[in-house]
Design a protein. Structure first.
Lengths: 307, 259
């Protein structure tokens, strides 16, 4: 059954979009990730204009983050103060990002930049995940014991920065500049790539800020809600590329898929999951890279000039 | 009329009109035989893009007083177009040079009862801008003559790939010496706006009659309202999009809490 998307201005198969949302929802439930970094490229592969894919994915991530944050909030796994500082950076970063997005679009380079960002980030993250997971798999096999954690307080240049703040929930006394910068950077990614940015923020919070792992997911979800909401709003105003109909279809599929994914995921080992996710991320990265490198069928492309 | 009613009605109407066409046309020719050498009408003057729209066709029918050749051109609303060329830079294909074209029809199709170049000489076709090759696309940017041609071809080729420029003229069939009909096809991505349909009556290489009839392509139903709203009240649209997402996320977390 075909449905005409009002903003994307094309007809799509309704079951295919539901299935896409469901499949990515399943994976996000399985791996405990947001899934924005999969949904945006898949929408682009399907033929949705990249600009619409990115803006609509941001809208869909608002919903998936809201549904995820409640459980963490109840268990007290949200460092509100840290979340707000990250959010401050995130709002500025995403606002700048939307502006850069509109500028690149007028130059005709937005598709390239979206693809390049994906290739770079998916390549790095997928590669690291796969490497780390396979090492963990072999280590547990050899020693049969868990991996030792690194020391909590490592002193580096980070502790010399000014504007120190105390974050009680995370047990940290660090400069506010660092979470602000992380928030800014991830906000830019949200605007340009249509991702929540959890895959960048979570490692940054653990390794750069030294936050306890218990509060990391809840805090990142908390700030992702507001940053993606900001991007949804700004893209609506500036580029009119948020397709609510598409977002709702993805949402329905995603919510149902995530439930099955979470149940299925509890049967697999964590490092096996990470290795699988790493492989998945790398294959999406390679597909995008392949499309950039092979000679396109037509070297010329057209676009209405009134944009 | 509801959307579903309209979808049901459309084929019925087309069939009814097809049946009514010979009677209708005969009636008109009988009455106005001496006054009007060319009579034309459409099965539908409005193409409605509804939520289930996957493309459609409109029947054009008419009658000529005496024998003659007929050419039909369909031109969508004009728009500016940018054509970009990709070049390989550090291994990847990047948009580099571009050319801007003004007043490019967003849709163009033609039809004739036999090959157009056998109906009328080239200079007549150029004068009336009949056929894709006789459209005046001139790039605003400074281009060499070679590039001018390459970009022009790229523009036409891309529009054809998108299904918005007809690959070749469609066939007009004569039901008798006087009655003719042809189908105009509109793809799923048909741009909205007012289309101009010109019907030319040609006798011995000269255009002896022209009829112009408009056709409106517009979005109707929910998708039209959403589009209108998103463009007119974009800030409110953004806020509503966020609220919908928040509510949906909240419902999801409540619905699946006890699993």
């Amino acid at each position: 059954m075909q449905i005409y998307l009002p903003i994307a201005e094309i007809s799509v198969n309704i079951f295919l979009i539901l299935g896409l949302g469901g499949g990515v929802g399943f994976l996000s439930g399985l791996f405990g990730v947001g899934g924005g970094f999969l949904i945006t490229p898949l929408l682009i592969f399907y033929g949705i204009p990249p600009a619409v894919s990115v803006a609509t994915a941001a809208n869909q991530i608002v919903a998936s983050s809201v549904s995820g944050v409640f459980a963490h909030w109840k268990r007290g796994n949200v460092d509100l103060k840290m979340g707000l500082v990250l959010l401050g950076g995130g709002i500025v970063g995403s606002t700048v990002g939307v502006w850069v997005f509109a500028w690149l679009r007028s130059l005709g380079q937005i598709d390239l930049v979206i693809s390049l960002c994906y290739v770079i980030f998916l390549g790095i993250i997928g590669g690291m995940m796969l490497f780390e997971a396979t090492r963990a798999i072999f280590r547990t096999r050899r020693r049969g014991g868990p991996i030792r954690r690194s020391k909590k307080h490592q002193h580096s240049f980070i502790h010399g920065l000014p504007f120190k703040m105390r974050f009680y929930r995370s047990g940290l006394y660090i400069s506010a500049l660092l979470p602000l910068a992380i928030g800014f950077f991830v906000g830019m990614l949200t605007a340009l790539m249509g991702v929540g940015g959890g895959f960048v923020m979570v490692p940054a919070m653990i390794y750069l800020l030294g936050m306890p792992t218990g509060v990391v997911i809840g805090t990142s979800l908390f700030q992702i809600i507001f940053v993606t909401a900001n991007v949804t709003f700004l893209q609506s105003v500036q580029t009119q590329t948020v397709d609510v109909a598409l977002a709702i279809l993805l949402l329905i599929g995603g919510v149902i898929g995530a439930q099955f994914g979470a149940q299925f995921g509890s049967r697999l080992k964590a490092e096996h999951l990470r290795a699988l996710l790493g492989l998945l991320v790398l294959s999406v990265c390679l597909k995008l890279l392949f499309d950039l490198v092979i000679e396109p069928k037509d070297l010329y492309s057209i676009m209405p000039g009134d944009l | 009329m509801s959307v579903s009613m309209r979808i049901l009605m459309a084929p019925i109407l087309t069939v009814a009109l097809t049946l009514a066409l010979p009677i209708l046309a005969l009636g008109i020719t009988a009455k106005k035989a001496s006054a009007d050498p060319l009579v034309v009408d459409l099965s539908n003057h409005l193409v409605a893009i509804t939520t289930g729209f996957t493309g459609t066709k409109v029947l054009l029918f008419g009658a000529v007083e005496n024998e003659g050749d007929v050419i039909v051109t369909v031109r969508g609303p004009d728009q500016d177009m940018v054509v970009r060329r990709k070049e390989r830079k550090i291994g990847i294909w990047v948009n580099s040079e571009s050319a801007r074209y003004k007043n490019v029809p967003s849709y163009y199709a033609s039809a004739s009862n036999r090959p157009i170049d056998t109906i009328a000489p080239q200079d007549v076709l150029i004068d009336y801008r009949i056929g894709l090759q006789n459209q005046r696309f001139v790039a605003e940017s400074d281009l060499t003559d070679d590039d001018q041609n390459v970009y022009r071809e790229a523009l036409v080729r891309n529009m054809q790939t998108a299904g918005l420029f007809g690959e070749r003229p469609a066939k007009i069939s004569f039901l008798s010496n006087q009655l003719f009909r042809t189908d105009i096809h509109f793809p799923a991505n048909t741009p909205t706006g007012t289309y101009t349909i010109n019907v030319y009556l040609v006798r011995s290489g000269k255009i002896v009659g022209v009829k112009t009839t408009p056709l409106v392509v517009s979005k109707t139903g929910i998708s039209a309202e959403v589009y209108e709203f998103a463009h007119r009240y974009s800030a409110l649209y953004g806020i509503i999009a966020v609220i919908i997402a928040v509510i949906a996320g909240w419902i999801a977390s409540v619905a699946f809490r006890k699993r």
